[in-house]
Design a binder for this molecule. Structure first.
Ligand SMILES: C[S@@+](CC[C@H](N)C(=O)[O-])C[C@H]1O[C@@H](n2cnc3c(N)ncnc32)[C@H](O)[C@@H]1O
Length: 189
């Protein structure tokens, strides 16, 4: 039986931000922005989704609320407080791993996660040098089915140039109902 995930706590997020220099945001992404960022996803069919940097679940919660019963999410975050929060939901569709997105290929193959329809990332790519950003992106590309989409939301637009090195097609857009507004990229394999 899964616990119904509540709205992500802004206070928990802020406290965790104060303790952890890799969070990169003081509050979770706004619910309206989450819906707009997830626009490319077709929830009417089963989806296998990889989520990088779920934090305390702003996107995870929305994904689980929209997905079919046979969909799956594998979420990877470095922060133990956030990982514990998501694990407390006990949703059988959700696997949460405390690790770095830099180890994505090993994490997926160790768990037998199927080729993904989509990946979605809020990790702060700008904290990494370019070659490490592209190494993560290559692992995401390898995890996706042909035609699968990698959705990246960031405050900084610098990630677009690196996505274009790895993915043949990248479309950029802005999502405004968030403070600050988000740069969103849809990279297709
Ligand atoms: C800007 S927050 C986004 C949180 C949440 N997705 C949201 O939109 O509210 C970035 C998240 O990425 C995580 N993170 C940072 N570096 C990471 C890495 N190398 N691997 C996995 N997660 C990472 C942080 O712990 C944090 O939870």
């Amino acid at each position: 039986m899964s616990a119904t995930p509540s709205n992500p706590s802004r206070w928990q997020f802020f406290r965790t931000f104060l303790r952890d220099g890799k969070i990169a945001s003081v509050v979770p992404t706004s619910p309206r922005a989450v819906v707009q960022v997830c626009r490319p996803l077709d929830f009417s069919r089963p989806l296998n989704v990889v989520e990088l940097g779920p934090g305390n679940g702003a996107f995870t919660r929305y994904l689980l609320s929209q997905m079919t019963a046979d969909s799956r999410v594998l979420a990877v975050d470095l922060n133990p407080t956030f990982v514990a929060t998501l694990n407390a939901w006990h949703d059988p569709r959700l696997t949460v791993v405390q690790d770095s997105a830099e180890h994505l290929s090993e994490l997926l193959s160790a768990r037998g996660f199927p080729p993904a329809d989509a990946a979605i990332s809020g990790i702060p790519f700008s904290f990494f040098p370019g070659h490490r950003q592209e190494a993560i992106m290559r692992q995401v590309a390898a995890a996706l089915k042909p035609g699968g989409v990698f959705i990246v939301y960031q405050f900084s637009p610098q990630v677009g140039a690196h996505l274009r090195v790895v993915f043949p097609r990248v479309v950029a857009r802005r999502v405004w109902p968030n403070l600050p507004p988000l740069s969103v990229y849809e990279a297709t394999r």
